[in-house]
Design a binder for this molecule. Structure first.
Ligand code: SAH
Length: 271
């Protein structure tokens, strides 16, 4: 029987630091067997974060976290989540050396994994405005546009349950393969049209989208819990896109437009 296709040997040319070695992998296990590091709880900002960065066996990721902090990401839970997920397991082998650079990378079918600063920024906005439990974690969240599954796994560090929906079968399957070795029982990958949300998981503590349309679909607002937040790209004047934050309360819905962003289009139907 032919061996299963494998990505180029981990860690390719990624900077693991002089003393670091690739994790041992049992024979027959796919090279994509990603790990999600179990970090100690972080309760205050910079010092514990700095300590956990110093322990990161992947210097490129430690540098990514430093850059995120320099760009204004402050929430220690978000920084910890970004530091706990192996972004290099979500990109194709040839792109592994660039996995921790602050850049979007192709994931096939003309789609991209968002750049880390945008993932962190949107995750922080969601966490700050979503419905959270006593432990600071979000409740159930909806992730529109699974792509390779990276954002869903970052969210899994911060939410009790993640529903992630993708309209392209091939990418849905790719995300399944990426997530399989992680055994994250709280992440549910759905093949479907995210334009209509995913009613079965509603109401959501937060909804995040990685694809932008002319407006935020009404279904997302309907499926958002009171006290919850949507973070999504939308079209603004001049053919541009910007991040929109929608906060829903019993008093109504409040929309805020933030900085310009550049996401792939939100499309309807499956493909
Ligand atoms: N969060 C992803 C980003 C993927 S890019 C990651 O971490 O990799 C955005 C994705 O949104 C693309 O895969 C695209 O196919 C998907 N998308 C666009 N419109 C959609 C829709 N209506 N429903 C579900 N997914 C959609």
């Amino acid at each position: 029987m032919a061996a299963p296709p494998q990505r180029p040997g981990f860690p390719a040319r990624i900077d693991l630091g002089s003393g670091a070695r690739p994790p041992a992998r049992p024979a027959g296990r796919p090279a994509a067997a990603a790990t999600v590091a179990q970090a100690a709880p972080v309760t205050s900002a910079s010092a514990p974060q700095a300590a956990s960065m110093a322990r990161d066996p992947i210097p490129a990721r430690a540098r990514m976290l430093q850059q995120l902090m320099a760009e204004g990401i402050q929430d220690p839970l978000v920084l910890r989540a970004m530091g706990a997920v192996d972004r290099h397991h979500f990109v194709d082998g040839a792109l592994v050396p660039q996995a921790y650079e602050d850049t979007a990378l192709p994931i096939g079918l003309g789609q991209t994994i968002s750049k880390p600063s945008v993932v962190a920024r949107m995750t922080e906005l969601l966490l700050q405005g979503g419905v959270r439990g006593a432990d600071g974690r979000l409740g159930r969240v909806l992730d529109i546009g699974t792509g390779c599954g990276y954002q869903a796994v970052v969210l899994a560090q911060l939410a009790t349950e993640v529903y992630s929906i993708e309209r392209l079968r091939e990418l849905h399957e790719k995300a399944r393969a990426n997530l399989r070795p992680l055994r994250l029982a709280t992440v549910h990958l759905i093949l479907g049209d995210g334009m209509v949300g995913f009613a079965k998981g509603a109401p959501y503590a937060g909804i995040i989208a990685a694809a932008g349309g002319e407006a935020v679909p009404e279904a997302w607002i309907d499926q958002l819990a009171h006290g919850g937040r949507i973070v999504a790209p939308v079209a603004v004047a001049g053919g541009q896109q910007a991040l929109m934050v929608i906060d829903k309360s019993h008093q109504g819905v409040q929309q805020t437009i933030l900085e310009a962003v550049n996401f792939v289009p939100l499309k309807s139907g499956l493909a």
